[in-house]
Design a protein around this ligand. Structure first.
Ligand code: SAM
Ligand code: 2KA
Ligand code: SF4
Ligand code: MG
Length: 266
């Protein structure tokens, strides 16, 4: 399957729109732009969208399924693109028909994305972001959806409550915020219960961890759907037994459909 990935670099930085980035000349590190497909996870599951995946991350989760957009050894594969060039690719992929654009990564919050969001919204596109809540940006307040996915103990990453709070503040009132917590074992589940209790105002999705995701070394590795389903059943049983009725339990739909393969859809 061939991949829809933008590699062009444009030099036109003059958008004429108000600037929300500290650096007006900033380029965005892009790992891939693909779609239209459907959002496979969380509160917007099933919604048609184009993904913009940025390169680079401040975390190294033990089970990360997108290391090709995280580790600096893949930097040479990332394009440095202007907001205008990214928008042109989104318009091309969507046939100039506005839809939801999902910013993911890596950590897209490390990138200067305010201008892109403004450009797209002027043309009727809406914007969602997937980020772990380790870095806030002033342009979070422009977004339509902010999915915060703080990491459980199994990831090996630490939680910074102050930084997470900054993300909530930056999103303000206009942006819809939801929580997406990945669960791989009992310790993660217990952590998620305590975490969610601290943020009762946020809509919540629990997502079973894929403990054997495709890796840059084995990108075509078959997903073990049976064990993913077993973990999903385990999670549903726990949530219902605990009468945790404001939690939503969802698989990664794109993994079930396309095996998390990089390409047009996954
Ligand atoms: C690849 S991350 C990129 C965005 C951002 N860095 C973050 O973690 O939110 C997108 C989502 O995939 C989830 N994810 C990554 N690896 C996973 C895995 N092996 N199983 C289940 N979810 C995973 C993350 O927790 C996050 O919610
Ligand atoms: N279809 C699809 N849905 C997704 N939801 C979150 C994704 C991500 O990698 O951030 C993702 C992805 O890579 N593909
Ligand atoms: S924060 Fe997201 S992109 Fe970064 S390593 Fe963790 S799962 Fe991967
Ligand atoms: Mg993914």
């Amino acid at each position: 399957m061939s991949k829809v990935t933008s590699r062009a670099t444009t030099l036109n930085q003059d958008s004429g729109t108000p600037n929300l980035n500290s650096d007006t000349r900033a380029f965005i590190a892009i790992s891939e732009i693909f779609g239209p497909t459907i959002q496979g996870e969380g509160a917007l599951i099933g919604v048609p969208t184009v993904f913009v995946r940025t390169g680079g991350c401040d975390f190294r989760c033990s089970w990360c399924d997108t290391l090709y957009a995280v580790e600096p050894r893949f930097k040479a594969d990332w394009a440095q693109m202007s907001a205008q060039a990214v928008m042109a690719e989104i318009i091309r992929l969507s046939g100039n028909q506005p839809l939801l654009v999902t910013l993911s990564g890596g950590n897209p919050a490390l990138q200067p994305l305010g201008e892109l969001v403004q450009l797209g919204q002027q043309q009727g596109y809406t914007f969602a972001i997937e980020t772990q809540g380790s870095k806030a940006q002033p342009w979070f307040g422009l977004l339509d959806h902010l999915t915060l996915s703080p990491k459980p103990p199994s990831s090996g990453m630490a939680f910074n409550r102050a930084r997470f709070a900054e993300c909530l503040t930056a999103a303000g009132k206009r942006t819809q915020i939801s929580l997406k917590l990945v669960i791989s074992d009992d310790a993660d589940y217990q952590w998620a219960k305590e975490f969610a209790a601290r943020y009762p105002q946020l809509s919540l999705t629990l997502q079973p961890c894929n403990l054997a995701p495709a890796t840059p070394e084995q990108p075509d590795m078959e997903t073990d759907i049976e064990s993913l389903n077993a973990r999903l059943r385990w999670l549903v049983d726990k949530v219902t037994a605990d009468r945790w009725f404001n939690a939503r339990v969802l698989p990664q739909l794109h993994v079930l459909i396309w095996n998390n393969e990089r390409g047009f859809k996954a």
